[in-house]
Ligand binder design. Sequence first.
Ligand code: 0A1
Ligand code: ZN
Length: 878
Amino acid sequence: MPTDAEHTIFLKDYAPSPYVIEGVELEVDIVPETSTVRAWLNISPREGTAPGTPLVLNGEELKLGSIALDGAPLVLSAYEATPGSLTVFEPPLKRFVLETSVTIEPEKNTRLMGLYRSSGTWCTQCEPEGFRRITYFLDRPDNLAVYKVKMIADRALAPVLLANGNLIDSGDAGNGRHFATWEDPFPKPSYLFAMVAGDLGSIHDNFTTASGRQVALGIYCEHGKEDQCAYAMDSLKRAMLWDERRFGREYDLDVFNIVAVSDFNFGAMENKGLNIFNDKLVFARPETATDADFGSIERVIAHEYFHNWTGDRITCRDWFQLCLKEGLTVYRDQEFTMDERSRPVKRIEDVRLLRAAQFPEDGGPLAHPARPDHYKEINNFYTTTVYEKGAEIVRMLATLLGEAGFRKAMDLYFERHDGQATTIEAFIKVFEDASGVDLQHFQQWYLQAGTPKVKAEDQYDPATKTYRLKLRQKIDPTPGQPTKQPMVLPVKFGLIGPNGAPAEWSNVSGGDVRDDMIVLDKDAVELVFEGVANRPVPSLFRGFSAPVNLDINLTQDDQLFLARHDSDPFNRWQALQDVSMTLLTNAVRGRMWAEPAIDSLATAIGETIGLESLDNAFKANVLLLPSEADIARTIGENVDPTQIHEVRAAFIRALVGRLEGALRATYDRLASEDAYSPDQRQAGRRSLRNNALGLLVRGSSVGAELAARQYQSAGNMTDRFAALTPSVVMGVPGADALLEDFRVRFTADPLVYDKWLGLNAAPPEDGTIERIRTILADPSFPKNNPNRLRALVGSFAAGNAVQFARQDGTGFRFVAEFVADVDKRNPQVAARVLTAFRTWRNYEPKRRAEAEAALKSLRDSGGLSRNTADILGRTLDG
Ligand code: 0A1
Ligand code: ZN
């Protein structure tokens, strides 16, 4: 018998359930310690269901109190109930009502799935399989039902009672209790169910849709935090308007509520009409939130709102299709930010994230297709591959079809699949039908894991005025996929002539070239451009038009030429990154940079940050040099994080030695007395100024002093935190005092406490692990709150490579022990922290051996949750 942890679910086994639940009525009696859930399920057999087919409902940690069918109690022999399932052996072959009553214990629910209590508030999280922790149900996304829920609770403990849809009744329930009944007219899967009961404050606003519907908007939160919800409300209204204008999508209920809770496993959740948010993605005021925090709030509020169409009205047939809603909705939130802020800057930021998080996943033991074909634990598939690579796939469709073609296909998607639970195949079919383009080969993007490597080689023949460009693609094997097919790659490109203007050509042959796009769908092509007057410099994958690793042998001079002349801002930024990366990786491999190479890079960076034509946010990205993780990933094997750290630090000192004047001038020039606003213009100014400061702290003798002054005088958290961070990470004299000042001044606010925790985990110095251990051991540390755990230990494991991957193995062992401990209470948090080991095979032999030993001892400790056992097993085997 396979144990539970070995049980694998395969896409090929998908079958509709023999019964459908079409309507649900719930009565939830909320009482501290033990709550009771009564359910009336309106059930029909699906056509073709054979007589005697049992009805099997999912459950988890449920205790059945009573059960009746069409009003008559079931005899014991007619059903079997365990905490994990309810089977009715021979249900009638006609529509019937199954009535159950179960008890649950939300106060003991530390997994934060199903109904749980967060700082006194009862709230739910049902995606992907949490509804079964509330009542027995067909807890699968293809069962669409209409829901009505009556909640009854103590008026003092829970004056606010919310659920999906519209409030249809409320009143007194006697004994100091009251009730509210909510009804959601839109059929939905159980994972979108939500309810909240608590003593909450709120802010309210309204939005009138294009067709005149008045929507009441509410944001609910802990009392006293109402004034921190304004930016979230503003973001929501902008998102609603944008979805109407850009995609023709209107909101469809009279109410849209958001609730901020302090204990949440993820960012936020798109429950129909009642989004529930991790409070760090709602609360913001200038004194405690940074520009990046404001940006995340805007993005996630929009993301969850956009799910109303891509996720709620059109949902997934099964969990293998997760990226149908997630990839598409991330694409939509990216476009929203691009339209609201700066398109090239957002693109650069998204690509940085993709490379930092998704590429390592795709190149390691946890690699999986954007649409996986098997899983053991679906919670482990809320990954950057499903989300961010999923969005890249949609972006490539938009690139291939053009803006108008893409919009036409999206219109058809909404029209054809509204109200359905559907698949990636159906999505692709819509794009084929709308455009007439065959996308069967393109579909491989959903099916094959791994990041394609593209090698580009070129040659110019001045005698024949011919330019040849050879492109080859290859994908390395990934777990379960030893051989790969070529992908369809849209390669946006330009050829740049010696004067910096586009190079003309009279004819091109050898491949599929459409204006400024090459479509590479074979292993290799060799394009021949004729009539090219001079040797051009190629600019490939403009705007990062496909998620690949490009290997192109350009000289530093060519790269700096692109940095100055490329009309594509993304590739201008990329060119400077490439110059730095080449110098850094060579140095790590023992070939130290030549001084003139640093001179010319510094000159180009100095020039770029001096240009009036570029915006500050773009220049700020230019000052963000390749990270240690970027360097480690590019090197790929025998990684020694300490050596990488030292090389990078020396590189920054060398650059800052040459750029100090320019950085200082930038810093001084961008000082401002304006009242704080999180808008793009101000945030861009601050990010450029603060990135200049960060470099000065790392590479010049004046930096520490400048940072200390900025820390003390800052009028907002962005500037204060930007001064504090490099000071603490560099361990400059006085840094400990600043960190202590920060603790005393701010950490009563839990979200700023998280920032302090993260800073404690950041220094690459010995002693960091001890510091973390001390904080964790403090009895007042909230050891069940996901945000606190992630801020302290998650950030350490994922972000402090020098200490996590210490050669003596103490970092690995510390994280493995932490995972084993947290796993007992919250498997999702534990499993996610454990993914920091995903690159363990890339370390040099000593570290690799230590990582393996730590992982094996975690495995041998036994009793791991399915979440953690799954990540661990794949990490060790893959
Ligand atoms: N659908 C949400 C993500 C989410 C997934 C799981 C959760 O709980 C375990 C919570 C949220 C989104 O894409 O935002
Ligand atoms: Zn989402």
